[in-house]
Design a protein around this ligand. Structure first.
Ligand SMILES: Nc1nc2c(ncn2[C@@H]2O[C@H](COP(=O)(O)OP(=O)(O)OP(=O)(O)O)[C@@H](O)[C@H]2O)c(=O)[nH]1
Ligand SMILES: [Mg+2]
Length: 264
């Protein structure tokens, strides 16, 4: 190897050679391409690796005929993708935060299809989706259309690598870095929630929690219940830290507000 590659490159190469599935091979190759230094002497090597990768990607995924659907129906108030290198702890985190029980294992690339779980934050549902560490294009396009990303990484180096993958693939949505090995699941849950920037308000009549973007008004609240609530709006009675006040449609709500809409 005349190109001065770092040790991680050779580790990826070993993984490539011992890979058992197409997904594993693709992931190892992609990592090799990322880790191979870019200079004149390595151009040919880069070209070879890339054409190998292109060929691999054209092969049909084992065990699945025809097109596979990667899209996952969005459910809940927001969809947050967990993305990170293999073994970073994505599946274990989903298992800790939701009722889902994805396979957790020290074997690399255990998760080969997105795993979904529903996080409950004070009664508000947030969908978590584990993106397989193979970073296939169809999964990355799911990430682009989700609401936020939690980058799961065990150390700064992993974080850097994962962020580079996101940047290289034009994933430019808001994200937070989490380390399940060092932070508790409760802390991570809190930070994912803060990233989304929601407030929770409550309907006086039903007590149902409603997540709204920070800065939302009584009009936003009313619209979410029913369009007629805005059309027939007279005033809203707001309960905030034990105090009641009467407000109009443009009044800005705060986290914890209990809203009672009075109509004509
Ligand atoms: N000590 C410790 N081990 C963990 C933690 N999270 C995951 N692990 C272990 O790390 C290994 C990988 O965890 P997974 O959750 O399967 O990792 P993943 O990111 O989903 O990996 P793949 O789906 O295989 O790409 C397993 O052996 C877990 O038991 C953690 O917070 N602390
Ligand atoms: Mg997994």
């Amino acid at each position: 190897m005349p190109v001065n590659a770092p040790a991680e490159y050779f580790a990826a190469e070993n993984r490539f050679q011992s890979a058992k599935s197409r997904e594993e091979r693709i992931a190892a190759l992609e990592e090799m391409i990322r880790l191979l230094p870019k200079h004149h002497g390595s151009e040919q090597m880069h070209a070879q690796l890339k054409s190998k990768l292109a060929k691999l990607k054209k092969e049909a995924p084992a065990g699945r005929k025809g097109a596979r659907k990667a899209g996952i129906a969005k459910e809940g108030e927001a969809q947050v993708c967990l993305i990170g290198l293999t073994n970073s702890g994505k599946s274990a985190l989903i298992a800790a935060l939701t009722q889902a029980r994805p396979q957790v294992s020290h074997h690399p690339y255990t998760t080969t299809r997105p795993e979904v779980g529903m996080l409950d934050y004070r009664g508000v549902k947030i969908q978590l989706v584990e993106i397989p560490a193979t970073f296939e294009p169809e999964y990355l396009s799911m990430v682009r259309s989700s609401d936020a990303v939690a980058v799961v990484a065990r150390n700064p180096e992993e974080l850097k690598q994962t962020e580079k993958i996101l940047a290289d693939n034009f994933v430019r949505i808001k994200s937070v870095a989490v380390n399940p090995w060092k932070e508790s699941a409760a802390e991570i849950k809190e930070r994912i929630w803060r990233l989304l920037g929601f407030i929770i308000t409550y309907s006086k009549k039903t007590g149902t929690p409603m997540a709204l973007p920070r800065g939302a008004t009584v009009r936003d609240f009313a619209e979410r219940i029913h369009k007629d609530f805005v059309r027939n709006f007279r005033f809203a009675r707001l309960l905030r830290s034990g105090m009641a006040k009467q407000v109009g449609l443009d009044y800005v709500l705060e986290d914890g507000d209990v809203v009672d809409i009075h109509t004509k």
